[in-house]
Design a protein around this ligand. Structure first.
Ligand code: CDP
Ligand code: CDP
Length: 225
């Protein structure tokens, strides 16, 4: 089997990108962080002071910029027009704006097309919100990661503390809940567990255990990691 696509979806802080990166590294699969793509567009839209409700201006922007995911699973990087924006796309400003940008139908259509091209005929792990439900409905393996909102906020808070970024647990929790709600309630390709996805509650699990569980699911499909 040449094409093996693994879709990892779930809400903010569930561990998608950490787990997807480790898995891709262990299996030597391509890793595609689809959230970083929406974040990169949002970063550029904020730079250009575009109105985030204006679908046409956003799609024109997406057509005219060069958006690239580079680096490797150890250190993934994001580029817009060849400038590195890996850190820039993670700011609270971009985080607060990204769900509005990603709710537009035409934006999602263009992003999904790019993501399908990246995954076509290859072994790849993609993480996001709509990979199993919409972008790659025929993915060989679909996983939906969850964790309680307190646990997810705690993880983000701890990440900030480690990086020396000032951080307020309650503020993070509110921002996460707001984004979950926006992502789950949009009309186009909302955050939802695909019917055939395996749900893993990571609340009390270590990253390594989640990765091992997904590898075991993969083995059941006949793929030897
Ligand atoms: O890392 P975190 O879970 O905080 O977010 P992310 O995966 O970087 O995604 C940022 C935002 O992009 C999400 O809150 C969604 O609004 C949007 N997104 C999406 O709509 N569809 C995807 N496949 C991936 C991300
Ligand atoms: O991509 P997503 O927003 O779903 O989550 P993330 O950016 O991977 O962040 C999850 C954070 O929680 C990271 O700091 C992980 O080390 C930690 N974590 C995890 O991902 N999975 C667990 N089972 C436990 C902790």
């Amino acid at each position: 089997m040449d094409k093996v696509n693994i879709a990892i979806d779930g809400p903010a802080g569930a561990g998608k990108s950490t787990v997807a990166r480790q898995l891709a590294g262990r299996l030597s699969y391509l890793y595609v962080d689809t959230g970083a793509m929406y974040r990169a567009l949002t970063w550029k839209a904020l730079q250009e002071d575009l109105p985030l409700h204006d679908e046409e201006q956003l799609t024109q922007l997406l057509e005219r910029i060069k958006l690239e995911l580079g680096g490797n699973e150890e250190a993934p990087r994001v580029y817009v027009n060849d400038a590195e924006v890996t850190e820039g796309v993670r700011t609270p400003e971009v985080t607060a704006a990204v769900s509005e940008v990603s709710a537009h139908e035409a934006v999602r259509r263009m992003m999904a097309e790019k993501q399908r091209m990246l995954a076509a005929n290859r072994r790849a792990v993609l993480d996001g919100r709509d990979i199993g439900s919409h972008v790659l409905p025929d993915a060989e393996l679909k996983v939906f990661l969850t964790a309680s909102v307190d646990e997810r906020a705690k993880r983000r808070h701890e990440e900030n503390v480690e990086k020396g970024i000032s951080s307020d647990f309650e503020e993070i929790k509110q921002a996460i809940s707001r984004r979950d709600e926006q992502d789950a309630n949009r009309t186009i390709a909302p955050l939802v567990k695909a019917r055939d996805a395996y749900e893993i509650d990571t609340t009390n699990q270590q990253v390594e255990d989640v990765v091992a569980e997904i590898e075991s699911l993969l083995r059941q499909l006949g793929e030897t990691p």
